[in-house]
Design a protein around this ligand. Structure first.
Ligand code: BGC
Length: 848
């Protein structure tokens, strides 16, 4: 770990920010484009909108990154030589925000009071809808840019109101007026997720800039000046909010019913023939491309498609080839199509072409048959499509399977779904062939046979037996003189329990603050136990993501502990008023002589593009590059585990944390999270923590809301991305989620944490809980009266969820009780604690 005592910008910071600036255009895309961009040179620009000066670099909460500085749109354009003609408008808008925000904060706190919810937790993540106003749009300029921003974050969902999911009247009016007034006009979306663009979708240019971290404003300037070009694609379908199958019933305080089953995102829109505003996989650049399928090969269990891509425009660019499959509906209904593979070209100059070859396993087209508790490939025709969006994919070959094949026999999991999933009325059998622009008769047909398909029968773990041990030290284990099993066998029950709980002070209650519970690195979210330090066992330090490394920017070392100088609550204090902040400051212990004299150290980390933006790159290379930046900063600042990537499915645009998540599609989430994982873990002593496992798709009452979902949807949609990431990249650790699934907290679910994760997918790492997931009701984090009880710490051990974070006395008490009390809801044995403690120790051995 390096200690930086000089506050000036370090060479690594500049290198990292430059790298993000170079790669981030790949995360952006035009939704509309009229050919008047890019510009030849900087000009006088009329810059309007909420994101102009108050640009959002990423969302709020634990996903926020504390940076030295980030570049707003106003600053980025000015630095690039643009003259901004709308300073008066921007000043007026700033003043308006201050007064409206005070009113909004008052209102939200009152709501919390009435609902009986802890006000800090209730207010966390709540975004103020964009206010209405009437400011003149009378500034001059050769072009106009309207930057529309939205923020959201942990703790609250987005609202179906004007100024959040929808545009406000003022926004609509101003955007349409500017579009009319200026020959050159671009609506820039500085958003972390979908906004309903229906009223303005005819404007000339709409650029989805997204939230790109530290260099956000610079990236826009580069794009406008043609120093770079967009090459992203939507990782989520954009449609008016009322049209998503998930909207009805979204965000129930107690039970959210996922009645749409597997019909999430484009799987729904394409199947029911509902045309979205902008489909999944869609995005325009400065140029155009043509695709031609050159070859399709089916052999050794794989389908491989070779596509020639030609740049037919006048600007350089990159195109993403997408391969979809339509499976035959038989016993099981099927979506119209599902993504099977994707790949991006290298940069193509005008006129240049390149081949992209994409392959995928035939078994990856299997569906889950709950009745048989098996993944099956149904007999019939599989149509393979190629294109550059879900709406624009044409058949390139047919693969015909003679009869149904059972390819993996598993066990039923997560019982308790109370309804039957929605089944579309539309004929979904791919044989009915909605041929778009090519005759199905022309495409090659490949035949495959059920007898050739692999067959796997998963074997599940029995409960473990207690291990005997040998007194030895951690040093002996490190030197190979003793095994971890011997070491674990020599520990008593309390020592084992301590290892399975994060670092906490005895009887400290909620001894640490959410998001900053570590002692070794300031601002790190948590740390594993230091109780076995006398035996030589070091702790693991964890810091948040996913938009970079979340640490305090300034700290001192006092008594061997790192103490942040910036508030550990930075990013969480949005709704605390001056009086509450004063009270908190007064509660903080007075700094000692030693602390006052200690030198300041600095940790300025880089904010990388938010998860959704990374996914929009559809590029493993971009993801690897960002993972590499994070890994490098982890090594520098002594972080072992990065609490990211966050890879929950974007089930509804209303989820407040969607900006952290990747996509509505599990393949995109899984593949890109695997790329990030591999690059972080290539750094010495560094691992990722993929989160939140699983079905954490809403923030409303997040610690006690129950996702009620069919097993088929759980497996095919919500677990699939995690499965891909685990199988491809073996993330060192994984974080279970807050919510319940079909009535049981995920951290207490042996089905999820052991049967699926380890027995079915072969996960070799360690599982930790989300912060206070076990026992959070006790802390008043939940709504006043929860229908569902809190998770149990002993239940975590029973489930195979190895580490309870961030740790408190109540966790220890619960585990000790469960060891001896047969009446406990989750009685546990010493042998079970040995298993979880061993996994923690294995991680310590690997990373320290
Ligand atoms: C969030 C996690 C985060 C953890 C530690 C929780 O509130 O849900 O995503 O990693 O805090 O900060």
């Amino acid at each position: 770990m390096v200690r930086i005592t000089d506050e000036t910008m370090q060479p690594f910071e500049k290198e990292h920010i430059d790298a993000v600036r170079k790669a981030a255009p790949e995360c952006t895309l035009f939704l509309k484009r009229d050919g008047t961009l890019p510009l030849d040179a900087p000009c006088r620009v009329a810059l309007y909108g909420s994101g102009a000066r108050k640009t959002i670099k990423g969302g709020t909460g634990s996903g926020d990154v504390n940076v030295r500085h980030f570049v707003t749109i106003e600053e980025g354009l000015q630095k690039a030589g643009f003259e901004i003609t709308t300073k008066k408008w921007l000043d007026e808008y700033d003043a308006l925000l201050v007064s409206r925000r005070a009113e909004f904060v008052r209102q939200v706190k009152e709501e919390a009071r009435q609902l009986g919810i802890n006000p800090v937790m209730y207010c966390m993540g709540k975004a103020m809808p964009e206010p209405g106003y009437e400011f003149a749009l009378d500034a001059g300029g050769e072009m106009a840019v309207y930057a529309l921003a939205r923020i959201s974050g942990e703790g609250a969902d987005r609202a179906m109101v004007a100024g959040d999911i929808s545009l406000s009247e003022t926004e609509i009016q101003d955007i349409l007026a500017l579009n009319k007034k200026y020959e050159k006009f671009v609506l820039v979306l500085n958003v972390g997720g979908m906004v309903d663009l229906e009223p303005v979708k005819d404007v000339k240019n709409i650029l989805l800039l997204g939230q790109l971290g530290t260099p956000t404003g610079d990236v826009l300037a580069d794009l406008l000046l043609g120093k770079s070009y967009p090459s992203g694609k939507l990782a989520m379908t954009w449609a008016p909010i009322g049209k998503y199958a998930s909207t009805k019933g979204f965000g129930d305080m107690d039970d959210t019913l996922y009645t749409e089953g597997i019909y999430v995102g484009y799987r729904y829109f394409d199947t029911v023939h509902e045309k979205p505003d902008f489909p999944f996989g869609y995005g325009l650049s400065y140029t155009n491309f043509e695709m031609a399928v050159k070859d399709t090969v089916v052999e050794t269990g794989k389908i491989t498609v070779t596509v020639e891509v030609r740049n037919t425009g006048t600007f350089a660019g990159k195109e993403t080839v997408q391969v979809y499959y339509s499976a035959p509906a038989g016993k099981l209904d099927k979506p119209y199509q599902e993504l099977a593979a994707f790949g991006k070209t290298k940069e193509l100059r005008p006129g240049e072409c390149a081949n992209v070859t994409l392959g995928f396993n035939i078994v990856d087209m299997a569906s889950y048959d709950t009745e048989l508790s098996s993944y099956i490939l149904e007999g019939g025709k599989y149509i393979i499509r190629v294109g550059n969006s879900s709406e624009d994919a044409v058949p390139c070959c047919k693969v015909v399977l003679d009869e149904t094949a059972v390819i993996r026999k598993v066990k039923n999991i997560c019982p308790g779904c109370t309804f039957k999933d929605f089944v579309p009325e539309t004929e979904t059998d791919a044989a009915s062939e909605t041929v778009k622009d090519r005759s199905m008769a022309d495409i090659p047909v490949h035949r495959i046979w059920a007898k050739d398909m692999p067959q796997e029968i998963v074997v599940y773990d029995e409960m473990p037996r207690e291990q005997a041990g040998n007194a030895c030290t951690w040093e002996d284990v490190k030197n190979g003189r003793s095994t971890i099993d011997e070491f674990v066998g020599s520990l008593n029950e309390k020592q084992l329990a301590y290892l399975s709980i994060g670092l906490f002070e005895d009887h400290a209650g909620m001894g640490s603050i959410v998001g900053a519970a570590a002692q070794s690195v300031a601002g790190a979210a948590g740390e594993s136990s230091q109780r076995l330090q006398d035996l030589g066992v070091p702790s693991l330090v964890m810091a948040d993501g996913p938009a970079g490394l979340r640490l305090c920017t300034k700290y001192k070392v006092v008594d061997g502990k790192a103490k942040g100088v910036d508030s550990p609550l930075a990013g969480f204090t949005d709704f605390l008023d001056a009086e509450q902040l004063r009270q908190m400051a007064a509660m903080a212990p007075r700094p000692s002589e030693e602390e006052l004299a200690a030198p300041l150290n600095y940790m300025y980390c880089t904010a990388i593009p938010i998860g959704t933006a990374l996914a929009q790159s559809f590029s493993e290379e971009v993801c690897r590059m960002c993972g590499d930046i994070v890994g490098d900063e982890m090594e520098k600042f002594g972080i072992h585990l990065w609490l990211a990537p966050a890879m929950n499915i974007q089930r509804s645009p209303l989820c407040g944390r969607n900006f952290e998540y990747y996509s509505e599609d599990p393949l995109v989430s899984g593949r890109l999270a695997a790329a990030v994982t591999k690059s972080v873990q290539a750094h010495k002593g560094c691992g990722v923590t993929v989160k939140h496992f699983a079905l954490n798709n809403q923030e409303t009452n997040r610690t006690a809301s129950n996702s009620i979902v069919s097993e088929r949807a759980i497996r095919e949609i919500y677990l699939r991305g995690f499965e891909i990431c685990v199988r491809e990249a073996q993330p060192h650790t994984l974080m279970s989620s807050y919510n319940l699934v079909n009535g049981e907290h995920t951290c207490n679910s042996r089905d999820l944490q052991t049967h699926v994760l380890r027995n079915e997918w072969g996960f070799e790492g360690m599982v930790m809980t989300d912060w206070y997931a076990a026992g959070s009701t006790m802390l008043g984090i939940n709504k006043g009266e929860s229908k569902h009880p809190a998770g149990s710490s002993a239940g975590c051990i029973h489930a195979g969820n190895d580490l309870v974070m961030p740790g408190m006395q109540a966790d220890l008490d619960d585990m000790m009780d469960a060891l001896s009390n047969p009446e406990h809801a989750y009685p546990i044995t010493k042998a079970q604690l040995q298993v979880t403690a061993k996994r923690v120790l294995e991680m310590v051995l690997k990373l320290t």
